[in-house]
Design a protein around this ligand. Sequence first.
Ligand SMILES: [Zn+2]
Length: 340
Amino acid sequence: MKAVRIHEFGGPEVLRYEDVPDAKPRKDQVLVRVKACAMNHLDIWVRKGLPGVNLPHILGSDVAGEIVEVGEYVTGFAPGQRVLLAPMSFCNHCGFCTSGRQTLCAEFTVRGNRVDGGNCELTAVPAVSVIPIPDALGFNEAASVPLVFLTAWHMLVGLAGIRPGQTVLILGANSGVGTAAIQIAKLFRAQVIATAGDERKMQKARELGADHVIIHYQQKISVEVRKLTENAGVDIVFEHVGAATWEESLKSLKPAGKLVTCGATSGPAAAIDLRFLYSRQLSLQGSYMGTMGDLREVLGHVFAGHLKPIVDRIFPLSEARAAHEYMEKSQMFGKIVLNP
Ligand SMILES: [Zn+2]
């Protein structure tokens, strides 16, 4: 089969479109023909080099496709079924996994990080990761759902406990997680203040349901948030930008507000004044992906049409390098998808 592999870490030039042996399912696995694999910032981090990645390596966390073969021990699936794959890998038998808290499993990783991903034609995965999709959902749309909607749902619903009427600040509206978070916050009838980099992204964020959009290159986020909330601040900050916005994010919280973060796209080093943290009784929470329960829950809303995946652009898998270069320019609004 064809696959995009990296044999060394580095820039987009290390991505190689090449022939590799076909994936073969074990008796407890399902073999899936990949129809679409969506990109995430993680693809760029892994390509540049992360600990625990064995080379050569196949990138790609978000897969949708068709079942080709079902292992002898697997029940409930049939060849030809349209499915998406959970974007994570875990042992499925430790105490955390069996109590539904897969993100805490010692073997937990994102598909395409410490295990091979979906930038290929065939992938063999455990049956627990395979979820049927409705006929009405296209493969490119289905592949654009799992990682970002799972992450945003776990952050807003699982960790921050979002409630109707709350005000939420969502950083980076154009990113995959940003587009998911805006929609989830509106599903809970929250007031959404989003940030975007330019007028075009601002308009798109409004179309997704954002009540207010701050252009973060022209306006100071915390100052605008104070104006929009009559000086109160927000209940929840949805962070993933990191160093560039950290201080503004903290300043935007109301007393007892919660900041949940899942990333550090602009850099990992951030400072905090502890007096500000305790006197305002803020909560800071880190989030990494989400559980199978979160995924099933958010997919229910996607399949019912309440939440919509946003596809920005589709590239052939053979042009993965151009897709990486495009993502690194941050011009997208929503997901970039590769088609084998
Ligand atoms: Zn486990």
